[in-house]
Design a protein around this ligand. Structure first.
Ligand code: UDP
Length: 329
């Protein structure tokens, strides 16, 4: 029996494939390589270069492999891009998930772990955020991820598929081996952008917004290590395999760090002064996102290992220093 990981060449997908393969699971990866990297895929995984919107290609995969469960990462995931080009997000995320689900139904594959996001909450009514809190996305990315969750709920009712949606907060860090890590082109995420300064790739960074209603005026986020996220997917899969019901879990550290605090932590890790200036706000950014992950801890037995922001940034720094051009290095 095999696990299909869609988007398994992307950042979080590749780290999940790595953990699955190292745990001895049989893994199949489907990725169109639009933002993922073939070199990020664990050598033990079988790789299919396909787009999940291509139903015939998906049918071929499900016929060739004996897929027992799917972990679904394949999606566009940039907040700013989703505001500039919303229809791309409806097509890649919603339409892609629709085609995947219909193929799963046709081929009798009944378990799905879904890569969702804290962006489904929008501007939270309180922090830490609980899974039962209201969901009012402030960007197209979060809107499409919430719609994907809802699609799964309706398909589950009709076709007996069971699913877990994992709402991640800010994924960061790299595999402790330094073999795989974060690589986006263009890079938009805070920690890799910060590390481009000590890596000699930019002179300074711009912090988007200094007038948010937070203690230092910059946005607050909950940073969770990518390897801890990867482990949660395996636990969620095992939960479904053991007969667990449809569920939704937040995944975060439960601690908020402001953008200024993240820059300060990176200065300590790298020993570089990392100049930073305050610029205008970025469209669609909520001021404060911090998770309550108590449910994942109690129901899934999730036990994240990286609680310390500097330790997380240190793993990212090892990766970026040794791969200044990502997988092209
Ligand atoms: N951010 C920033 N400068 C940058 C990139 C990001 O100030 O060059 C901020 C961004 O506005 C947000 C935080 O860093 O407040 C985290 O953004 P990121 O894109 O890493 O993740 P998101 O929270 O959007 O998922």
């Amino acid at each position: 029996m095999s696990i299909l990981v869609t988007g398994g060449a992307g950042y979080i997908g590749a780290h999940t494939v790595w953990e699955l393969a190292e745990a001895g699971r049989d893994v199949v990866v489907a990725d169109n390589l639009s933002t993922g990297f073939r070199a990020a895929v664990h050598p033990k995984a079988r790789f299919y270069a396909l787009d999940i919107r291509d139903r015939a290609a998906l049918d071929g995969l499900f016929e060739a492999e004996r897929i027992d469960g799917v972990i679904h990462f394949a999606a566009s995931s940039q907040v700013a891009e989703s505001m500039a080009d919303p229809l791309k997000y409806y097509d890649n995320n919603l339409h892609g998930t629709m085609v995947l689900l219909s193929a799963m139904v046709s081929h009798g594959v009944k378990r799905l772990v879904f890569s969702s996001t804290a962006a489904v909450y929008g501007e939270p009514e309180r922090v830490p955020i609980l899974e039962t809190d209201r969901t009012v996305p402030t960007n197209t990315y979060g809107e499409t991820k919430l719609s994907m969750e809802r699609m799964m709920a309706w398909v589950s009712r009709a076709h007996g598929l069971s699913y877990v949606a994992l709402r991640y907060f800010n994924a960061c860090g790299a595999h402790p081996s330094g073999l795989i890590g974060e690589a986006h082109d263009p890079e938009t995420h805070l920690i890799p952008i910060i590390l481009q300064v000590p890596n000699g790739q930019r002179e300074k960074l711009t912090i988007y917004g200094g007038d948010y209603p937070t203690p230092d005026g910059t946005c607050v986020r909950d940073y969770i290590h990518v390897t801890d996220l990867a482990q949660a997917h395996i636990l969620a899969l095992d939960y479904l395999m053991a007969g667990g019901a449809n569920n939704v879990f937040n995944l975060g550290n439960g601690a908020g760090f402001s953008n200024r605090e993240v820059v300060a932590a990176a200065r300590r890790v790298t020993g570089h002064s990392i100049p930073a200036v305050i610029g205008p706000r970025r469209a669609g950014d909520p001021s404060r996102l911090v998770a309550s992950s108590e449910k994942a801890r109690s129901v899934l037995g999730w036990d994240p290992k990286f609680a310390d922001l500097e330790a997380i940034i240190a793993t990212a720094w090892v990766w970026h220093k040794s791969h200044p051009r990502g997988y092209g290095a």
